[in-house]
Design a protein around this ligand. Structure first.
Ligand code: S3P
Length: 431
């Protein structure tokens, strides 16, 4: 499906964007390992999280939905079943990497594959440490690419430095750490999203976290039982970001984004947008099961170009293509560096942004680990490629709102991965 987004007068209204993808994945994975029934309200029903749900069903977990609430009958840490067939991870890196961590602790065989994009994404970052812990893993390109086969085993704790600051790597190792003899320790120079640790603490795993001179460290040791959870999943800041960006670049706009997760490991984009000059405030700030939630109000204002450096990247990693798009409407240049990880997401997101800018006649300089975007550019419009990447499709839809002749996005149906109603919501707040 192709989709065309045209210029609007303003963005106005209030929205509850879909629930957080990272927390939704973790709520299914961890409650499958708990003893007893977990209750998940506001679970994200989208491509990636449905992949997780189906995966844990295939591992023998009973998961039911009644009146939009998900009930998971946890099987305990040792209770999963050997899957009868290859597990299809679809487009989901999070399902794959976290599940490889879980499967490392299971005394059975499993094989995992995925779609064209996922089969290209690097898995060595998890298969290497999990092999060191004792899992038996084999896969394409020295276990760097799916399909991957895994047989769990007796694991030993490791000490790991998470240089790439990847939450998926940290989470995979911590999940295996639940099964490992001794202590498993993960240190990262800058904290990456910490939902796995938060949820594991809540479920009473043997886990501690601390900030040190080296950064942030999590220690976990073998755990006998996890307590089931009752969770109401807040709205996803990475989905809310598209509407915050829209309100920030379309003159006279104002939007209220309800129930948004504003965990500091995730809200970097809102902070950056504020630094650029947008009027952003968090109202009704509250705590929900250890996570901070707020209604985010965004008002249009003149924007200035900014710099994004390595230390800031983890808290806005998925929003950086969108930031480059916003930067075209700011005064002065925006420089994004230290973001090499963008090259190994659902698409090479640096290349996707740069090539689409060229298609639209916009100026951008490609860096190995980022981009330099010229400010105050006139957007005439044209056709761009989504690269079948949900965040690229939604980002360029936002740019369409300030284009003279509209922007057509090819393969726009990929928004289904994280935000099936995106275009409906965009229409709702477009005036
Ligand atoms: C995620 C972690 C990030 C992020 C992805 C979701 C998670 O990836 O880009 O969309 O839920 O743990 P990395 O761990 O590869 O940085």
């Amino acid at each position: 499906m192709d989709k065309t987004i045209k210029k609007v007068k303003r963005i106005e209204g209030s929205l509850r964007v879909p629930s957080d993808k990272s927390i939704s994945h973790r709520s299914i994975i961890l409650s499958s390992l708990a003893e007893g029934e977990s209750v998940i309200k506001n679970f994200l029903k989208a491509g990636d999280t449905i992949t997780t749900l189906n995966t844990y069903r295939k591992l023998g977990v009973e998961i039911q939905e009644k009146d939009s609430v998900i009930y998971v009958k946890g099987k305990g840490l040792e209770g999963l079943n050997e899957p009868q067939d290859v597990l299809d991870m679809g487009n989901s890196g999070t399902t794959t990497r976290l599940t490889l961590g879980v499967l490392s602790g299971q005394d059975f065989f499993a094989a995992l594959t995925g779609d064209d994009s996922l089969r290209k994404r690097p898995m060595k970052r998890v298969t290497k440490p999990l092999t060191e812990m004792g899992a038996k893993i084999d896969g394409r390109k020295e276990s760097n690419n799916l399909p991957i086969a895994i047989r769990g085993g007796k694991l030993e704790g490791i000490t790991y430095f998470n240089e790439k600051m990847s939450a998926q790597v940290k989470s995979a190792i911590l999940l295996a750490g639940l099964y490992a003899k001794g202590t498993t320790q993960v240190t990262e120079p800058i904290i990456s999203r910490d939902h796995t640790e938060k949820m594991l603490k809540w479920m009473e795993a043997n886990i501690q976290t601390e900030f040190t001179t080296q950064g942030y460290t999590v220690k976990i040791s073998q755990t006998d039982r996890l307590k089931p959870i009752h969770i109401d999943v807040p709205a996803d800041p990475s989905s809310a970001a598209f509407f915050a960006a829209a309100a920030a670049i379309v003159p006279k706009s104002e939007i209220v984004l309800k129930d948004v997760l504003v965990n500091p490991t995730r809200d970097g984009f809102f902070r950056k947008l504020k630094e650029m000059g947008a009027e952003i405030s968090y109202i009704n700030k509250r705590d929900e099961a250890g996570e901070i939630v707020a209604d985010v109000v965004v008002k249009y204002n003149d924007l200035q170009g900014v710099k994004v450096e390595k230390e800031e990247v983890p808290s806005m990693i998925d929003e950086l293509p969108l930031l480059a798009i916003v930067a075209t409407q700011a005064e002065g240049e925006t420089i994004i560096t230290g973001a090499h990880e963008l090259r190994v997401k659902e698409s090479d997101r640096i290349k996707a942004v740069v090539e689409n800018f060229k298609r639209l006649g916009l100026e951008i300089q490609e860096l190995e680990d980022g981009m330099i975007v010229k400010g105050k550019q006139k957007v005439k419009g044209g056709t761009v490629d989504s690269y079948k990447d949900h965040r690229i499709a939604m980002g360029f839809a936002v740019l369409g709102l300030v284009s003279e002749e509209g922007i057509t996005i090819k393969d726009a149906d990929c928004v289904y991965i994280s935000y099936p109603d995106f275009f409906k919501h965009l229409e709702k707040v477009s005036k």
